[in-house]
Design a protein around this ligand. Structure first.
Ligand SMILES: [Zn+2]
Length: 84
């Protein structure tokens, strides 16, 4: 078993990871490294999930506008064209 894990935000292998609750999806547990926690980052997929679930709340808007996630900029089409 490989007990080294990846940070869900930056996808880097870190010695130290923490299980914390997402600030934008209540009850959603995240495994993040110290750096991402300090920068108050959320994983990109969680930001998109939160947008689909809750829309553009002030907290989510803050994260989107300040790009508090790794990866390419999230575009409207990534969360408005949801099936159902
Ligand atoms: Zn990280």
């Amino acid at each position: 078993m490989n007990d080294r894990m990846l940070c869900q935000s930056c996808s880097e292998q870190r010695n130290e990871l923490h299980s914390i609750e997402s600030k934008i999806i209540a009850g959603y547990r995240l495994t993040l490294c110290t750096i991402c926690i300090r920068k108050q980052l959320e994983p990109r997929f969680v930001v998109i999930l939160a947008l689909q679930k809750s829309g553009l709340t002030p907290e989510i808007q803050n994260i989107v506008q300040n790009q508090r996630y790794h990866g390419p900029i999230i575009t409207l089409s990534e969360y408005i064209n949801v099936d159902k």
